[in-house]
Design a protein around this ligand. Structure first.
Ligand code: AMP
Ligand code: MG
Length: 429
């Protein structure tokens, strides 16, 4: 399999060539077959294991680890980078990244490894997010090994192969801006526009920024609607394409609680569930700072003012859909908020409650069949005019269990036909 990596076109300021470091006794524990197909990757299990464990080179070039900076818990760290991951190649416009394949010049003394536990979590969450239509990096395979690594206790090392159109983060821009390398900020922005936002005009950095605002707002709205907490929303974990990236202490909220904090190390609750929308805006402001030499301040301000609107629009669309409120109505918000308040006070599980609402509650309170006047009229006409009583029997059985679906009688929930629109009823019975 051959492929070249376009990220390396950016030049050596942006990355370091690295060598993956061998793991002991590896095995391939899961492969994302549909993603393999989508990428048109065909290889034997043995070959896949050697690629996904970093033993065999995938592209013609050496793997690369990229350099970035970032605001971690509000504080700027001038150099981070891919400390335990490397890009190994690209197929059909999708980059492959091995997470846990060894150290790089950006490891800052850490071991370059990922443990099996967190690799499985990342692997499963990537597919779960995709299933929920939340933009995300994807995961192609997991390799486990007998190499031992030290965390709170000894654990086995593993590698997740991560896949995304691009792994560029806000932090990449912050790195070059903080170094005063404005030419490289521009180079990176040009690169992003050319390869990932090809509908924009080259040099339209404001449009690039607006794109990032929009995709970030949509991603966050979807997190909030599905109760997803990321846990480490540092700017180095924010994708320039608005993908959920770097799964660590993430958690789907269970008992409904807006102040939920999934990351034990987050003692201040900076990244609590309810703060995610405002944190993402703060992160966008840090990106704006990094783009300061390319976009005027006034334009940045104006662009940022669209963030909340986009987020709220997407979030309320999703919440209304979860409640089955197809058409927008003034009362929707208070209905939704009152329900969420109820969940909170009664410490109810968010997902089960919402699912039950649609499976049981809503179906129990919204009859499919109603004794519409025209239905009665048909039965009456048949009885009176034709001496036929079958229609009465049908209606009887349907109306006895109006919330169930009765096979063969699906259309009995139709709105009145034209002839019946003006049926007049009087009390002369
Ligand atoms: P995170 O917030 O978990 O995405 O990681 C923050 C920074 O630490 C990134 O630069 C990672 O590459 C780096 N990092 C995390 N864990 C390791 C590790 N085990 N070895 C080397 N670098 C790491
Ligand atoms: Mg990270």
């Amino acid at each position: 399999m051959k492929s070249s990596l376009k990220f390396t076109d950016l030049g050596e300021d942006f990355f370091a060539h690295v060598k993956t470091q061998k793991l002991e006794n590896t095995s391939l524990i899961h492969v994302n077959e549909s993603l393999m197909k989508e990428m048109n990757l065909k290889a034997s299990k043995k070959e896949l294991l050697s690629i996904f464990s970093g033993e065999k080179r995938f592209a013609e070039q050496n793997p690369v680890s990229t350099v970035y900076a970032g605001h971690q818990f509000g504080y700027f760290v001038p150099q981070l980078g891919d400390g335990r991951s490397c890009l190994i190649g690209e197929v059909n416009g999708l980059e492959l990244s091995l997470k846990g394949a060894g150290t790089s010049p950006f490891s800052r003394g850490a071991d370059g490894r990922a443990v099996l536990r967190s690799s499985i979590r990342e692997y499963l969450c990537s597919i779960a997010m995709q299933g929920l239509s939340i933009p995300t990096t994807r995961a192609l395979a997991i390799v486990r090994s007998n190499t031992q690594v030290y965390r709170e206790h000894i654990e086995n090392a593993a590698i997740v192969t991560r896949v995304a159109e691009s792994h560029i983060r806000f932090g990449h821009f912050e790195y070059f801006a903080s170094q005063g390398q404005n030419e490289n900020v521009k180079k990176l922005a040009d690169f992003v526009i050319k390869h990932y936002m090809s509908d924009l005009e080259q040099g339209d950095y404001l449009a690039l920024f607006k794109n990032v605002i929009e995709s970030t707002a949509i991603m966050i709205a979807r997190w909030q609607a599905q109760g997803f907490s990321h846990g480490v929303m540092n700017t180095d974990n924010m994708s320039i394409l608005g993908l959920t990236i770097d799964y660590g202490p993430f958690s789907f909220m269970e008992t409904y609680d807006p102040s939920f904090i999934c990351n034990h190390s987050d003692t201040q609750g900076r990244y609590s569930f309810e703060r995610q929308p405002s944190v993402a805006l703060w992160n966008l402001q840090r990106l704006a700072d990094a783009l300061g030499t390319l976009i005027q301040e006034e334009q940045i301000k104006e662009a940022l003012s669209s963030y909340e609107k986009i987020l709220v629009k997407e979030y309320s669309y999703l919440m209304r859909s979860k409640f089955g409120l197809i058409l927008q109505d003034e009362g929707d918000n208070s209905l939704i908020n009152n329900f969420l308040e109820l969940l909170y006070t009664n410490q109810k599980d968010y997902h089960r409650s919402m699912r039950m609402l649609s499976l049981d509650l809503m179906k129990q309170f919204n009859p499919k069949y109603v004794l519409r006047n025209y239905l009665a009229e048909v039965a009456i006409r048949k009885a009176e005019d034709l001496d036929e009583y079958e229609e009465i029997d049908i209606l009887f059985r349907i109306l006895e269990r109006p919330f169930d679906l009765h096979n063969g009688y699906e259309s009995y929930d139709s709105e009145p036909p034209e002839w019946a629109k003006n049926l007049e009823l009087s009390c002369s019975s």
